[in-house]
Write a protein that binds this ligand. Structure first.
Ligand SMILES: [Zn+2]
Length: 83
């Protein structure tokens, strides 16, 4: 199975997202590597990340890219109906 690390745009502001690598700081995980997703828009709520601690970038990307398409379509239809 191919490893997917490409991330969809931010669901809040629509800006590109990226995978962030960071290291544990506490006694039990000092320097352990974690992966999170951040939004590239500095004004977005997710600028600092989703506060996830995945062990691989693929796991982070997989959860980030999981979207509820039915809800997104419903919201788009509501917007179209307003026009
Ligand atoms: Zn964003």
């Amino acid at each position: 199975m191919p490893k997917i690390t490409k991330t969809l745009h931010c669901p809040f502001c629509g800006s590109p997202s990226k995978i962030k690598e960071f290291f544990g700081q506490s006694d039990y995980d000092y320097n352990k590597t974690y992966y999170d997703i951040t939004c590239t828009n500095v004004d977005c709520y997710l600028q600092d990340g989703a506060d996830w601690r995945f062990n691989t970038p693929e796991e982070a990307a997989q959860l980030w890219n999981k979207r509820n398409i039915k809800i997104e379509r419903r919201e788009k239809l509501k917007q179209i109906e307003k026009i």
